[in-house]
Design a protein around this ligand. Structure first.
Ligand code: ZN
Length: 289
């Protein structure tokens, strides 16, 4: 494979870029109307999305797109390209924003390539936004393509995923949790199996403070990522916690992800007791599963 010399490097500097760019070039021949980019880090996904926009609009040789030197590539890097629209880069995507874009999506792009609309953090879509986008994808929009970024496809509305081509970036390697958090995590998983040993823990005064609760949440998120990634790749998981989570199955993993998201929001409220949030996580997964 020939290496793409990327002058500003802005479109090529992400994990697994060489293979991903080759894949994008192949895809560009019959660009799917909707592309989901999962895996990698948030920054990786963002760069890959911009690289996709550049691949579809670059003036360079098809075999070396994006060239990173032509006007289109440079403007895409700077975020000023006329046929590039981004949503949710800074703030949550609103229905108004999407509605305002509808007339433009009914029009062909202004340049010779494709109009690329990128939705950052598509997993945080408000249901109304997701539905609006679904309707958009159901109607042919000549010259318009959409990109949805999410950590894992499981975190998107299934109907959106089924209408999209999914590109998976190399999964980041999560660091194992620190010993105290690992102990809490093991206790949580043990509680799911035995119904024991949890409330003694959270009931001990001062044991579960906000900092610990947040660290436990991110450890859970990490194991969830591993479980989902392992499930997708059909691999045997080396982390026992991820193996236990994988037993929840796709629907259970999705539910755990929602539970973690709600717990995170609850912990952001200073009046909420961290121990109660942890108890809620422990029981929410038992009650329904
Ligand atoms: Zn170019």
């Amino acid at each position: 494979m020939t290496g793409t010399a990327c002058a500003p490097a802005a479109l090529c500097a992400f994990s697994g870029a060489e293979q991903v760019l080759a894949r994008l070039r192949t895809l560009a021949a019959h660009a799917p109307q909707s592309l989901v980019i999962e895996g990698g880090t948030e920054a990786d996904r963002k760069t890959a999305a911009l690289a996709w926009a550049a691949t579809l609009n670059c003036a360079g040789e098809p075999a070396t797109r994006p060239c990173c030197r032509c006007a289109a590539c440079a403007q895409i890097v700077q975020g000023v390209f006329m046929d590039l629209k981004t949503f949710g880069d800074q703030e949550k995507i609103t229905t108004d924003e999407v509605r305002e874009a509808l007339p433009e999506w009914g029009q062909p792009p202004r340049g010779n390539g494709r109009r690329v609309s990128i939705f950052f953090a598509a997993h945080e879509f408000h249901p109304a936004v997701a539905n609006l986008l679904l309707k958009t994808l159901e109607e042919p929009r000549p010259g318009n393509v959409f990109v949805l970024l999410a950590p894992q496809r499981e975190r998107l509305l299934q109907t959106l995923v089924s209408r999209s081509f999914v590109l998976t970036l190399p999964w980041p390697t999560p660091q194992p949790p620190e010993p105290d958090v690992a102990e809490w995590l093991a206790a949580l998983l043990n509680f799911w199996d035995t119904g024991q040993g949890w409330f003694e823990r959270t009931g001990t005064k001062g044991a579960a403070d906000r900092a610990l609760a947040l660290r436990l949440l991110s450890a859970c998120q990490r194991e969830l990522t591993l479980a989902v990634a392992g499930d997708t790749a059909g691999e045997t998981l080396s982390s026992p916690a991820a193996r236990r989570l994988a037993r929840l199955g796709p629907a259970g993993l999705r539910r755990f992800d929602l539970v973690l998201g709600q717990a995170q929001e609850a912990l952001n409220q200073p009046t909420v007791m961290p121990a109660l949030v942890l108890d809620w996580i422990a029981t929410a997964m038992i009650a329904k599963g």
